[in-house]
Design a protein around this ligand. Structure first.
Ligand code: COA
Length: 696
């Protein structure tokens, strides 16, 4: 028997314990251990078997790393599940932590399930481009009904223990310390009852309403896994005997596990976790962060304060005067109220957040907190002034985080007088919802300051990526070339809607929003101001035609959704093309001598949006602004609506072929007046055949 699985006898019952840290994933060794333990149990004369796990959680799924192996197969684990279910003595699952994927499938193969009250359950395979492959698609609907099973499989989110009891997924809830005793005690009753096998149960509903509703979700996400779940596995569960259902599931799973979509999503799973690991940072002692200050409580500051409150931090907010402070408190309360209305926060949690919030006027109010995040307006003079004040008022050892999307963190750090305490944070709005946080490491940022900020970022549940200092950091520096081509193509005759349609087309790409819809949402004024400031700084482009469309739209008050007019016209939530933008682009094309015989084709639009992004990313890697290519893919998939099932721009570049990308970049470079500045790294990798997404 492998060390990952241990079989004991406790009184008259056998107890099988899985011990495979950190999350007890089902690896090959665990499958072998289960097999050996079951063999031993099968020859024992005990009343039955308890299956449980050590450490922080019951099994949280199959070992995702194993899926990459060319000879990966779920069949050995699946045979074990059939053996468990078909055995002639009761088997009880005693579960805690996060019972996910293969863990839930294991629990469902048992005859009785006891859970701790704080346990959570889920089928997250959809997030990896998969369906459950160990009978989960067939057993889950038999336990909770087709509608609930479809919801869980399609959304991939977790349900709590109380809901799980309500749905029939578990039979009893106990406190964590009573879990094992309760499981052992359960045999007194179970011995008297006939064995209840999940596979023999019938499904309580046809789930028609849920299946129809979720089809739309599947189409929107262009997820092959969602289609396989909805139109294959769940229909099989409803219409076919269990044995045929599991055959169908196996066929679908085997196809999906080798699909491009799933490979991309599995790559991102590890990329997201790897991004938070920075060489040399793990080993240092971390400065403690227990109290958080937020200076400037506009939309961004309020969102940051809410994120910190939700994570249980004591938060002090500060504004320049009392009126602004009250407005900030209003924003925070409105956000918290909204979360209660949506059912994401209980009334009790809401009240707790309110008691954790303190407020004051001016930087002196923040003199006692462990980290201050300043979220004042994006203006270098103001940021420098604020940094100097914080440098003076913050207690020794406090971290000063400057929230900026493009500005030079080194300059702000110098202004503070204590640059080792300063770090950049680039939150995305709304900050309590958006997953991505770029943490910007200045030249002087102390390692323990970076380490503490990363820990803080994890606690407020952000996907964190570390960037070096440059204009726009990783995300916005790349977005700049994307927007540059977007606007240049409009001067060459493409409409905003045509461009967005190409970016959003799942057969070509599948961005959540095209560049023009994105600018309208973020604010054309915000985008334009950044460009204007960059050009004025002397470091930016000198071409007077550079992003002239967005700058003129800003002057004309076409600021996007907030003014009801931008690249599109807005009425409520519906958007229609704004003819004035195309007319303005046509006029600007004349004024700036843009000549093209025909507007760009769909293929050209695709290449001119995506390939400069990839090229810029290669420069970012070469300059060590990003430590790893996968960090860049995390930035774009977590913060910019790049489809996860394409893995990110660099993973997608490898799929397209670097040679082809370089060839097309050379073509556009030769044709254009401006310099496309093709990355030497990209050329080198194209020549060597190495993968761009593996750099770092
Ligand atoms: N297979 C392999 N490794 C896994 C894993 C899995 N199913 N689930 C988690 N891990 C690893 C992570 O890569 C991470 O490793 P690292 O410390 O070397 O980076 C470690 O376990 C902890 O995971 P992390 O996500 O950082 O911890 P968390 O406490 O925030 O979340 C879970 C824990 C279980 C909720 C989360 O890891 C998760 O959702 N896992 C995926 C579950 C899943 O998809 N199961 C179905 C697989 S088909």
């Amino acid at each position: 028997m492998g060390q990952t699985v241990v079989l004991k006898t406790v009184g008259k019952v056998s107890l099988l314990e899985i011990d495979n840290p950190p999350v007890n994933a089902i690896s090959r060794a665990v499958v072998e251990g289960l097999d050996a333990a079951l063999r031993e149990y099968e020859t024992s004369g005990t009343l039955g078997l308890v299956i449980c796990a050590t450490g922080r959680t019951f099994v949280a799924g199959g070992d995702i790393a194993d899926f990459e192996s060319p000879d990966f197969s779920a069949s050995a684990f699946n045979d074990i599940l059939l053996r468990i279910e078909n055995g002639d003595r009761p088997v009880v699952a005693a579960v805690h932590g996060t019972v996910l994927g293969g863990g839930l499938e294991l629990a469902m193969a048992c005859h009785h399930r006891i859970s701790t009250q704080d346990c959570r359950f889920g089928m997250p395979e959809i997030k990896l481009g998969l369906i459950p492959g160990s009978h989960g698609t067939q057993r889950l609907p038999r336990l909770v009904g087709l509608r609930q099973a479809a919801e869980m499989m399609m959304r991939g989110s977790m349900v709590g223990a109380v809901d799980a009891l309500d749905f029939g997924l578990v039979d009893d809830l106990v406190s964590p310390e009573k879990l094992r005793d309760a499981a052992i005690d359960a045999f007194t009753k179970l011995a008297a009852d006939p064995i209840r096998r999940t596979s023999a149960q019938s499904i309580s509903d046809d789930g028609a309403d849920a299946l129809a509703g979720l089809e739309k979700l599947a189409a929107k996400r262009s997820s092959e896994a969602a289609f396989a779940a909805l139109s294959g596995a769940l229909i099989a569960a409803r219409d076919l005997p269990f044995e045929q259902g599991i055959d169908m599931e196996a066929q679908l799973f085997d196809r999906l596990v080798t699909s491009a979509q799933s490979k991309a999503q599995r790559y991102l799973f590890f990329a997201e976790r790897g991004a938070a690991r920075v060489p040399g940072v793990d080993a240092v002692s971390v400065r403690k962060i227990e109290t958080v200050g937020v200076l400037g409580v506009g939309t961004m500051g309020a969102g940051i304060a809410v994120a910190a409150l939700l994570a249980g931090y004591l938060v002090t907010i500060s504004e320049a005067d009392d009126e602004l402070l009250q407005a900030g408190v209003g924003r925070i309360n409105a956000t918290l109220d909204g979360l209660v209305k949506k059912g994401r926060l209980t009334e009790g949690q809401h009240q707790k957040c309110r008691t954790m919030l303190h407020k004051g006027v001016g930087p002196a109010a923040l003199s006692d907190v462990d980290i201050v995040i300043e979220a004042v307006f994006e203006d270098m003079d103001l940021k420098r002034r604020v940094a100097a004040e914080l440098g003076k008022y913050c207690k020794p050892g406090a971290i000063i985080a400057t929230n900026t999307s493009t500005l030079d963190v080194n300059e702000i750090a110098r202004a503070s007088g204590r640059p080792e305490d300063v770090v950049g944070t680039h939150f995305f709005s709304p900050a309590h919802i958006m997953k991505l946080l770029e943490v910007v490491r200045g030249n002087a940022t102390a390692t323990e300051v970076l380490a503490a900020t990363l820990k803080f970022a994890r606690r407020i549940e952000k996907t964190v990526v570390v960037s070096g200092v440059c204009y726009g950091f990783i995300g916005n520096r790349m977005a700049e070339v994307y927007m540059r081509e977007n606007e240049a193509m409009q001067l060459e005759g493409a409409t905003p809607a045509e461009i967005d349609a190409v970016a959003q087309d799942p057969d070509l790409w599948g961005m959540a929003m095209g560049p023009n819809r994105m600018l309208d949402m973020a604010g054309v004024d915000v985008g334009a101001r950044t460009v204007i400031e960059w050009m004025a700084s002397g470091d930016g482009p000198t071409d007077p035609a550079y992003r002239i469309l967005c700058r003129r739209m800003f002057e004309a008050g076409l600021h996007g959704q907030k003014t009801g007019k931008g690249y599109y016209l807005y009425e409520g939530r519906s958007a229609s093309p704004n003819p004035a933008v195309h007319a303005l682009a046509t006029q600007l094309a004349k004024d700036f001598n843009f000549t093209r015989s025909a507007p760009p084709s769909r293929q050209e639009i695709f290449e001119r949006l995506l390939f400069p992004l990839i090229n810029e990313a290669a420069h970012i890697l070469d300059e060590k602004i990003a430590a790893r290519a996968s960090d860049i893919d995390v930035v774009w998939t977590s913060g910019y609506g790049f489809p996860k099932w394409r893995g990110g721009p660099l993973w997608m570049a490898d799929d397209i072929g670097l040679g082809k990308i370089v060839e097309r970049l050379e073509f556009y470079d030769a044709r254009a007046d401006n310099n496309w500045n093709i990355s030497p790294l990209l050329r080198k990798l194209a020549a060597s055949g190495d993968r761009l997404s593996s750099v770092g």
